[in-house]
Design a protein around this ligand. Sequence first.
Ligand code: FE
Ligand code: CA
Length: 530
Amino acid sequence: MSLFPVYRPDHVTSLQTRRCFLKFGAMLGSALALGGMPVLLHGATRRLGDLPADPFNLGVASGDPTPDSVVLWTRLANEVLTEVGAASDAVEVEFEISDSSSFRNILRRGAIAAVPELGHCAHADVRGLAADTEYFYRWHVGNATSPVGRTKTAPAGSSDNQKFRFAFASCQQYEHGFYTAYQHMAEEEMDLIVHLGDYIYERSWGQNLVRHHEGKEIVTLADYRNRYITYKSDPDLKTAHASAPWIVTWDDHEVDNNYASEVPEDDQTPEQLLLRRAAAYQAYYEFMPIRLPVGRQGPAMPIHRRLRFGRLMEINVLDTRQYRSDQACGDGRKPSCAEHLDSNRTLLGDAQKNWLYDSLANADATWNVLAQQIMMASLRSLDNEGNELWPMDIWDGYPFERQQLLDHLETTATPNPIVLTGDIHSNWAADLKLDFDNEASTTVGSEFVCTSITSGGDGQDMTDYGQALLDNNPHVKFYNAQRGYVACTLTPEQWRSDYKVLPRVTEAGAPISIRASYITEAGRPGVQEA
Ligand code: FE
Ligand code: CA
């Protein structure tokens, strides 16, 4: 099985290998190793003294867990660094890892440089941890100590793990509501949280806004950084990041609504969009606990990657925005046109597609997940004259590549394919059919779609839109348009998705409840109401 380059040791961030230095673990006396070798920092890194305010005001996060590593994240507030004259310096930040939240027993200590080029965000890719183990971490700079985060490494790839619990979520337009869903998610102390994109929104939209973005549509690196600061200041989001490791991928709004590769939504040239993409991708890297080769690499930033959680689950994290052909027939819900049917059009791009197909052909986990953005099951509708309309921004808009992928799942007999989806601001459960035009055709997998955390405001259980789509697409079994997240419980025998919803997000503190639960039995593709 070929490994995506992100996990080759020689791909450990070149920035870190240049700028990191390591201290010896106080308890174990062993050096933290990056790529198997201790790495020394050279160049000027400033060690700060007393600080006038808390520099850790965006909290902490961790992500991309493997059996022996996890990425720890934090950021130093620019206002605080400015007050002590360190805003343009590389600043030393220390981290500590313990087996308890009291930090009585410190297992590891290390330090890295938070550099101004990356907005003083810090990513520590800590290696040599024990598999399937809960850890607590915190950061120090000067006299300040960060909040404590809880994280967990993945089970060993060959382990016969019997249970795994994680949540997945998407779409958190800050103005549309409060992140109460995250408070509930944090309380569950998940093994993992997966975010499928629309973590920020590039502009204001909608009605009944309960809080506000600063400024107009964002374009520059400074704009994107400020937008992440606004979103990440939310206490419930901070709590959720501190509660478990996250795996993140982006959708469109991290750059521009419905952009496709270098094609913007409106009024920008491709050159302008590529510059904007470079800024947006860099800010995404800076603010996310993500393991990437380097943080600043221009408009091209591959983030598709694979993570394994014992024999129970493998997750293929996809990016359906960076490489896609432009939406066909003018985007939106449209009748088919010649462009729509063009077999040269792509969603994944060649490199990602080949990597994914290879991964699926060699898959040996019980549950093989595609963590991605856009609905894969067909959601075709009929207009008043009975003409078929296709939603051009989702997999329906790329029918040739979707058919190729579904055929590939069938011919390679990928065990138990599960597609996880965000983007659409509603909950769905659907069978993935080899032929969506034929109810009797083979079901090759299951799709679970999570609603938004806030986008769209309070929402409702059923809408005319949802009912019409259910009626027209018999492979789709469930719809709900309230806000919340999906909590998944996996065993070797069963995948269970609990659709957790809130009665409102326009006021903070709403309770959460399970609206519906759908399962897939191992060896029996498709969704069933629990
Ligand atoms: Fe969205
Ligand atoms: Ca979206």
